[in-house]
Write a protein that binds this ligand. Sequence first.
Ligand SMILES: O=C(O)CCC(=O)C(=O)O
Ligand SMILES: [Fe+2]
Length: 341
Amino acid sequence: MSTLLSSWYRSVETVPANYVFSEDKRPGGDIAAPVCKDIPVIDLSRVDGIDRHEIIQKIMVANQDSGMFQVINHGVSEELVDETMNLFEEFFNMPTEDKAIYYSEDGSNAFRLCTSSLNYRKDGINTWKDSVKHDCHPLEDNIQSWPERPARYREVVGAYSVEVRKLSLRILDLICEGLGIELGYFGDELSKLQDFVVHHYPPCPEPGLVLGVGSHTDASLLTLLQQNIYGLQIFKDGQWLGVEPIPYAFVINISDQLEVISNGKLKSARHRVVTNDSVSRISLVTFISPSLESIIEPEKALVSASELRLFKSFRYKEYRAIYMANLREGKGTPTLEAYKL
Ligand SMILES: O=C(O)CCC(=O)C(=O)O
Ligand SMILES: [Fe+2]
């Protein structure tokens, strides 16, 4: 249990050596990198009106450029986002003994509280966070494995997952429209899995030396994220830039499977998380992914006669296993590279 960061971070004034990233990877002065101006903020309340075409174009440009955009007026209520954030603040603030029962280093546990990059590394560099992780969909198959404390965990997280799922399918349909493929294309096997990961990044005495999450792209299809304060950064035009925390906005990341299926027309966003020395940060991260047995390949309609097919076909299960192994070994996640033709 002593490995959980929340149990010991208050007692250190310097960062332990096995949390210090090498000079080329640590953020240094970039913890205060300027905010990226090219991440559009899309008002979804306008998408069913005359601005639809323009909004979809904006999403497509963002997805080719940085792989990231934000959405507001998205239909997930502010009350529900507040309740979910507050619930996890309560969860992470529980006494160490109360959290200990949920701590696990076994990735096959349905619900787990873990530390660093899903497990504490005895022989490598760790990241400055603790995380909760579990599946959400379908709700009735998963909810029994969720904790009963804080008291409203199942009710609040259940409602949040259902609403975020609806939003994800809405966004995927806008992407279908932008790509010119049939609506509902992603609605079945390709969006079957919904993992929920909540990260807690406590204040760090030397934030320039550590990372909350190292540079990576997500293995999923699409990622939807709520952040309470600054910390997320995107790699764009050769530099790290901040992703502006906009209250209640969802940050939407194109992830690896969408890059493959779109034959590179959409770009998986490279991002990381930096910490700070004064306040805890919480992020609520929903990963929408294909079923494990899905075969992933560029959609034929998107590979025109004049265009090269950019990726090999693979089973999502295999991709995920390699991605997780790369993550465990602290290699960053060059998984997508291995499937390029
Ligand atoms: O905490 C964040 O803002 C991002 C976390 C993240 O990138 C991830 O879990 O894949
Ligand atoms: Fe990520």
